[in-house]
Structures are given as C-alpha cells and as structure tokens.
Design a protein. Structure first.
Length: 159
C-alpha cells in the first residue's frame, strides 16, 4: 500500500464527516471530500509536516467547501435540499430533530469564528491544538473561543 492510499483510507471518513457537518448534504460532502484528496495529492510535495496531516486535509476541505459555496451561491439553497430520513423510532427522531435543528440555528447565528470553531470541535472532532493550527493561533485561543461560543449557545438555549 502506498503512502497516498494509506492517507486516503485513514482520513477519508474524518474529512467526509467534517465537510458534511459544514454542508449538511451528503452529495456535496462526497464531492468536496473527493476534491480535497485530489488537491492533497497535487500538493503533497509542498506539505512540510509542520502540522498534522489531518489538520492540513481539513484546511484543504474547508477552503474547497467555501470555494464551492462562492461558485454555486445561486444554485445551492439548503432549504430546498431534501433531508434524508429513516423511519425507525419516529417520535424519538422528531424530538431529537427539533432540538438538533434549534441548536444548528443557534450555531448558524454565531459569528463566523465561533461557528467554525464549534463545527470543527463538535462535528469534526478536532483537538484544540488542531483548530489552533488551522486558524494560525494557539490551542489556548481555540479552547477559549470554543468556551465562549458554547456559553453563547447555552444562553440562547435558555431563552
């Protein structure tokens, strides 16, 4: 197995879940994840190893997703994209979905930095160190930013 295959197998799911947490669309997440690995292959020689390869891949994915949004802003309307459903335990899903939707709306209303840090931490499962590296800041900055964002979310949840 080559190094590229190993990287792909090890990080594909993480990158996909990260992009899915941003896009909330399976098809977009698949496309952006594929694009991320193609860009990573092209740029592998320039990877200096100063950060974890997962952080590097997430940065490529994030930039690819934002480029996608800029190019397709007139095409993609998230309200028009049908959500995937599963018929098991509908009552539970309705309760969870309502609460989840409320939380996502609150996160969406946060300032961009808070929104990105929360998304990376909660959905991308990145460490504070990895988040700090993506933003070019310290892990302490990432921790404090996440704490402040979480505090704002909790305040809105109590309203």
């Amino acid at each position: 197995m080559t190094g590229l295959e190993e990287i792909y197998k090890r990080y594909f799911k993480d990158v996909y879940l990260f992009v899915y947490s941003l896009s909330k669309n399976r098809h977009i997440a698949e496309d952006i994840t594929s694009e991320t690995f193609l860009k990573a292959i092209d740029a592998l020689d320039s990877f200096e190893g100063k950060s974890d390869i997962k952080v590097w891949l997430f940065q490529i994915a994030k930039n690819s997703y934002y480029s996608y949004l800029r190019k397709n802003k007139h095409v993609v309307n998230r309200q028009e994209i049908p959500e995937e459903t599963d018929d098991t335990s509908i009552e539970k899903k309705v309760l969870d979905k309502e609460e989840s939707m409320r939380i996502h709306k609150i996160i969406h209303a946060l300032p961009n930095t808070y929104k990105e840090v929360v998304t990376m931490r909660m959905f991308g499962e990145l460490s504070y160190k990895e988040i700090g590296e993506i933003f070019g800041k310290t892990d302490n900055w990432a921790c404090v930013t996440f704490y402040r964002a979480r505090k704002k979310i909790n305040e809105k949840m109590r309203e």
